[in-house]
Design a protein around this ligand. Sequence first.
Ligand code: SAH
Ligand code: DHB
Ligand code: MG
Length: 223
Amino acid sequence: MAYEQWNAVDRYITDVLVPGDSALDAAMASIEEARLPPISVSAPLGKLLHILALAVGARRVLEVGTLGGYSTIWLARALPPDGHLVTLELDPRHAEVATANIARAGLSDVVEVRLGRAIDTLPVLAEEGYGPFDLVFIDADKPSNADYFEWALRLGRVGTTIVVDNVVRNGKVADPDCDDADVEGVRGLNALIATEPRVVATAIQTVGSKGYDGFALAQVVAD
Ligand code: SAH
Ligand code: DHB
Ligand code: MG
């Protein structure tokens, strides 16, 4: 079965290029122990987020969907000491696990976990003068993808990079018979992006330990 091979190659890539370290390994172990859903980004995808943050010279990062803080740690590690990452999480238990993992990674001064529905927190961030964010990672409830993307534009600037996780969903995005709410959320996002003149965007399919999925990558190019 193809999945076995994707998983083996993901393990190989991770062993060779993305070796674990105590904070990331402890974060993943704590996520498993707390029985949070096993939907953190894979290690290679986490490292891609880290590299993207380095590539854009990110100082301010917004993450929508924290879970146990695994992707948060990858992103926050790319920030300078005076950088800031704010990550939005609905579930208090997830936020608690994430806060402990972020502390263990020595990133408490850089990372702020905000509890609540992201759609409620985002306008608060705007009111409080947050932004402009250099990089936005959208990885929460999929039906809200387009709303979060619009907020990323509002809280961004020309040059902001936006990454959206889980846009392929085992290929379901291209199955006209699939009307799953999460898949419709991805299609809604793509429809928005397609008519949004302020961004250039693409989407990339991925295979690996998390199965067959993908991410969208967009860059804000105009006001
Ligand atoms: N980015 C994480 C995974 C996030 S999983 C990682 O890769 O490590 C998606 C998270 O979004 C879950 O923790 C879920 O509780 C949270 N979530 C779901 N709906 C939300 C909402 N409306 N507002 C904020 N967070 C939400
Ligand atoms: C799901 C959510 C995710 O963010 C992910 O990376 C994988 C799966 C889900 O809700 O099924
Ligand atoms: Mg995801």
